[in-house]
Write a protein that binds this ligand. Structure first.
Ligand code: ZN
Length: 329
């Protein structure tokens, strides 16, 4: 539960430093500019050549502490957060950011910065919960001259209590079966994982599609996967929760021995033991009275050992057909 915090007790933090005497870890430099532009797809000529400036939106990048962080967060900031935590506002979400640019930054500029707690709002109730908005303003200087400001707002809040999802009642999403992928699901019913094979050029494809991506032929047959595969990649789903799924769980992109890939559950090992390159073997998991799904078991653990749960299979990433729906996030 949250205790009522007098707004006055929070207002006293306004104007106090959030961070002092910050120093940019690197001078403004061309490699970071180039990486940023590549990541953003920004090809403006202003950011190249002998007279290059840094993209203004990089303002905060020059102040970042990297993985090792920065020293110099103020006692006042920690104290404010402790006060809010103590009153039950233990969650935090960034809500918005505003920047103002006063002069361009150029390679070689040395960055320093200070941040101040600009405002702490009255108690507000949002969809996420009730709490206080805390706005900090960072003044960024280049060679001592104010180059821009970065205003950053967060909500420190107590999450709204939500009714527990009706987990017991929730059923796994049903796969969307259509005429393009019906053969795949027929195979699953017979405990066979079927891969399409182009009759014209022989290319294997998965998930199921009406035509060949290599030669456009619409003639195909199927081959049955041997069931051997390896984890090509994986993610662990923590959030958001979906009814019928119990996070955290591992979602694997399995490369079959035949060379095509399929998204599925990796079972037989805890979610945090799944690794790229891990050998896995196909099996069929009964989900409920009408649904079975192909999943992949790691190691030689027999059925019934502890396993991740909660995925779907059949589709490639963003797969259109051959795929069960939901859960992959
Ligand atoms: Zn083909």
């Amino acid at each position: 539960m949250t205790g009522d915090l007098a707004h006055a007790a929070l207002k006293v933090f306004e104007g106090l430093p959030a961070a002092t005497a910050g120093v940019g870890k690197d001078l403004v430099n061309e490699p970071m500019i180039r990486h940023w532009c590549e990541a953003m797809g920004d090809t403006s000529p202003a950011y190249e050549g002998p007279d290059a400036i840094a993209p203004p939106t990089m303002l905060q990048a020059w102040t970042m502490g990297g993985l090792s962080g920065h020293q110099g967060r103020s006692g006042a900031y920690d104290e404010l957060f402790a006060l809010l935590d103590g009153a039950g506002y233990t969650s935090v979400v960034a809500t918005d950011c505003e920047q103002e640019y006063l002069r361009p930054l150029r390679p070689g500029d040395a960055i320093t910065f200070d941040a101040v707690i600009e405002s702490v709002s009255e108690r507000k109730t949002t969809k996420l919960g009730t709490g206080h908005f805390v706005t900090t303003r960072m003044d960024v200087r280049a060679d001592g001259e104010l180059a821009g400001t970065h205003r950053f707002r967060i909500l420190k809040y107590a999450p709204t209590a939500r009714p527990l999802p009706e987990k017991k009642a929730a059923r796994r999403p049903r796969p969307v079966v259509n005429r393009d992928n019906a053969g795949f699901w027929e195979g699953v019913r017979e405990h066979r994982l079927l891969i399409q094979r182009c009759s014209s050029c022989g290319t294997l494809r998965f998930p199921w599609l009406p035509g060949c991506g290599a030669c456009a032929s619409q003639e195909w047959s199927t081959v049955e996967a041997s069931g051997e595969g390896t984890v090509f990649s994986y993610v662990v789903m923590h959030h958001p929760p979906f009814p019928a799924f119990d996070p955290p769980y591992a979602v694997g992109l399995i490369e079959l021995a035949e060379g095509v890939r399929i998204i599925s559950n990796v079972v037989g090992v805890p979610y945090d033991k799944v690794r790229t390159g891990m050998p896995v073997r196909l099996e069929f998991m009964r989900v409920d009275e009408e649904l079975e799904l192909p999943v992949f078991r790691a190691g030689d653990a027999g059925p019934g050992s502890g396993c991740a749960s909660g995925v779907v299979s059949g589709g490639d990433s963003g797969g259109v057909s051959g795929g069960a729906s939901g859960g992959e996030g």
